[in-house]
Structure formats: C-alpha cells, structure tokens
Design a binder for this molecule. Structure first.
Ligand code: ADP
Length: 452
C-alpha cells in the first residue's frame, strides 16, 4: 500500500479522496493555493502545503510545484481528482518518470483515450458503436463532404476537448466556415490543440455513461450506468442511476462494450465510457473519461462499491475485490450539483461568504462538500460547492427524499442552485423519467408558461 498520497486538487473531491485514504490508514498531503488556505481539504489532510497564488495556472496546474511537494514530503502516489491535471497524460508520464504512482491509468492509455478522434478509431477497431463521424478534419471541403453524407446537423468537436467546451453545431453549408475557424481557435486557446473532427449531431439524445473499474491483472467490472441528460450548455447539473431509459439487457450490452473499450487500451483504474442514446434506442460511444467523475457517487449509492477506495486499491497494485457477478444494483440515486450560482440570473456565479450553513441528513441522504459556515467561496475556480445525493428504493422515493433534503438545506449569504433543483425534482416531465438533453430548454418553457 502507498506510504503517503498527495492530492493534486481542491474542493469536495479532495475531501472525498482524503476520507478514502484515512479509512485505508494512508497519510495524505493536501496542496492549496493562497486563495484556498481555509478550505476543508487543507484541514483534513495529514500535511498541507501552499503551492502558489490563486491563479490555477500557477498553483493547481503547476507540475513543478506539485512534484516538489511530493518529493519533499515523500509522497509515493498522487491523486489528481477531476479537472486540473487529471487528464494530462504528460503529468501522468512525469509521475511515472519520478517513481510516483499517478492514481489513474497509464500515460499511454490516457493518450489513446484523451484524444477524442483517436478514441473513436480505437472503438471502431473494437466493435464498439460510435456516432458517424470523421477523423481530424483540415479543410472546409472535408466537412462539407461529411455533412453531405451524414446529413445536417453535424457537430464540430475539439479532439482535445472537455467540460462541454470546444463544440459547435453546424446546420447548413453556410455555417461551416465561421464555425470551423471559431472551434479551432477556441480549442487552441482552451486545450492547446486546435484539431477538430466532425460527428453527426444527434437531436435530443440521452446522455448515458457506464462506470468501469479495471486492475493491472486485466480484471474488469462495470457498475451500471448513470443518466446525465439534465444539462445546461453541455454541462451536467443533475445525474441519476440507474437511467430510467435503460433496461437490463441494454445495461449488460453497454457494460460489455465499455469493458471492451477499456481492454482495448489496457485501461487500469476507474473510468467512464460516455454514450449517447437516440430516440430509436440506438446508442453510440462518445468518449471515455479517464478519471473519477463528479457524479461517481450515484453509482456508489446503488452498487455499494466505494469507487474512490477501489481506485486507490487498484492503483496500489491490488487485485479488484469484486467480480461482475458480485455487483448487484439496488434502488435509485439522484445527485444535484449545488453551485454558487444564481439560477434566476442565467446561472451567474455568486462567490462570497457563507454566513450560515446547515446541510440536510437522514437515511439515504449524503452531502459531499468542502464548505462550512464562515467559509468564503473564492471567485477563481468552478462554482460547485457541493453535491447532494439521495438514495431511495425506487426512483420516486429517491426523488421525494431529494425534494425534502433540498428544502432542509440551508446556505445563507450566497445564491445557489438549490431552488432550481427543487423545481426540476417536482417537474412533471422529470417525474415521468421520459426526457433527454433538451430537458432544460423545455423545462424553462414550461416554467414560463405556468407563470402566464
Ligand atoms: P465533454 O468532454 O466536453 O464533456 P462530450 O463529448 O462528453 O464533451 O459531450 C458533452 C455533451 O455534448 C453530451 O452529453 C451531449 O449533450 C452533447 N453532445 C456531444 N456530442 C454530441 C453529438 N454528436 N450529438 C448530440 N449531442 C452531442
């Protein structure tokens, strides 16, 4: 087992990982920026080191600063969390070169999956269905040719993209030129790689993703799917497991496809295969996230598998503790992302001081968060301040429990997305389970109509 784990992240995910390490008896090292000196992860870790100013480029993304702390403290493993350096194959490689275990897949697996155009090719070679699309495109002519074959709309995607960024929908020939230029420029700026490829744009699909875990001995399991169709501008707001749209047979088929994908790149650790499900029930691989995800908790609640713990165990070289037949999914779980944003002002971020804080509790209620009364949310990072996860014996019970928990949740001093989630949870279409990624748009229309 590891001697000491450094967590190269902040916020709730750092707290989640520190908790898992503490249960395993592993000392932890927190790193933090000057803006995060009062964050909970700093208090909970065994040791903590300031690695730079608020600007994440000079702190949470500074590989030299993080590696220095690892060397100084004798950490033999680094957990990257999600975001920041978690999908940077170059960082995984530097860790490998320094004899420090990167808690995630090898840099080689990451490279194969991190590049979306490349991942598509690997999937095609391994009999995993992908959305009709192209390799990297270099000219407007190539895009036109694809659009003619596939039919509009199409979507241009940055091959290095992530976090819902670097995507542009194109609806006719005239829109290609501008969107191609914009997409390349955006991708270059945001991801340091301007390459773009095309996909057929599926109108209103459901976003379904499968959690997998693999060990270094080639054992793999899948833990069922999550439905992340409640999105705003391609970013997830609420997730649930299982998906109301997936039956047992499809669950099994998608799980097997996700494992084929993982095996194809000799994947080790926890990972997620994202699929889109169209209105005809056909599903296609979209991409693989080579890290722990924000929404892993809903899967933990229905599978009773501690994903963060398993991630650390398999990274330390242990054998996977489960076989596929051990995995029995039970009940239903929903997660609401609680963001410091004002939903009535177009989700404008609202950093500031939390004057009062009282999280909900009770059977089947879980709060993963790094905030507390008196905590000041810095304006420099993403606005998620916590996740509220509710489990129930079935979807309706989970939903009702969530509604009550949201009502109990007191956060004073800043605006949050709690009222938004309350409205979603009570929405008739959400209740029916019959919706797709266009949910939010239609939800607002319904809300406006009911006000009239
Ligand atoms: P990221 O890596 O930024 O999360 P993804 O490739 O996972 O990007 O896509 C995020 C979301 O964008 C999906 O959940 C879906 O809503 C939308 N999307 C991406 N590709 C397509 C497509 N080909 N057709 C329809 N929607 C898409």
């Amino acid at each position: 087992m590891f001697r000491k784990v450094l967590i190269a992240n902040r916020g709730e995910i750092s707290v989640r990982i520190i908790r898992a390490c503490r249960e395993l008896g592993i000392p932890t090292v927190a790193v933090y920026s000057e803006a995060d000196a009062n964050s909970l992860h700093v208090r909970l870790a065994t040791d903590s080191y300031c690695i730079g100013p608020a600007d994440s480029a000079k702190s949470y993304l500074s590989i030299p600063a993080i590696m220095s702390v690892a060397e100084l403290t004798g950490a033999d493993a680094i957990h990257p969390g999600y975001g920041f350096l978690s999908e940077r194959a170059d960082f995984a490689e530097i860790c490998e070169q320094h004899g420090i275990k990167f808690i995630g897949p090898s840099s080689e697996s990451m490279r194969k999956m991190g590049d979306k155009a490349n991942a598509r090719k690997t999937m095609i070679d391994n009999d995993v269905p992908v959305i009709p699309g192209t390799p990297i495109v270099h000219t407007v002519g190539e895009i036109k040719k694809f659009a003619k074959k596939a039919g509009y709309p199409i979507i241009l995607k940055a091959t290095a993209g992530g976090g819902g960024k670097g995507m542009r929908i194109v609806r006719n020939d005239d829109e290609i030129d501008t969107n191609f230029t914009l997409c390349r420029t955006e991708a270059g700026k945001a991801f340091g790689n301007p390459d773009v490829y095309c996909e057929k744009y599926l109108e209103n699909p459901r976003h379904i993703e499968v959690q997998i875990i693999g060990d270094k001995f080639g054992n793999y399991i899948y833990l069922g799917e999550r439905d992340c169709s409640v999105q705003r501008r391609h970013q997830k707001l609420l997730e649930e497991a299982p998906s109301p749209a997936i039956d047992e047979k499809t669950r099994h088929k998608m799980g097997e496809a996700a494992i084929r994908a993982a095996k194809a790149v000799k994947y080790e650790g926890v990972g997620t295969c994202e699929f889109l499900l169209d209105s005809d029930g056909k599903w296609y691989f979209m991409e693989m996230n080579t890290r722990i995800q924000v929404e892993h908790c809903v899967t933990e609640m229905i599978s009773q598998v501690d994903i963060a713990r398993q991630q650390i165990l398999v990274a330390s070289g242990e054998r996977l503790q489960y076989k596929q037949r051990d995995i029995q999914l039970k009940g239903h779980a929903i997660e609401c992302r609680i963001n410091a944003e004002n939903p009535s002002k177009d989700f404008m971020p609202c950093p500031g001081v939390i004057d009062g804080y009282l999280p909900p509790g009770g059977f089947g209620v879980r709060v993963d968060s790094h905030v507390y009364a008196g905590y000041s949310i810095p304006p420099y990072y993403d606005s998620m301040i916590g996740k509220l996860i509710c489990w129930g014996e079935n979807r309706n019970q989970a939903r009702r429990r969530m509604y009550q928990a949201l009502k109990e949740y007191v956060i004073v001093g800043i605006e949050t997305t709690i009222p938004f989630h309350q409205a979603v949870i009570e929405d008739e279409v959400f209740k029916s389970g019959n919706f797709n990624t266009s949910f939010l748009e239609d939800f607002y229309k319904r809300q406006n109509d009911s006000k009239k």
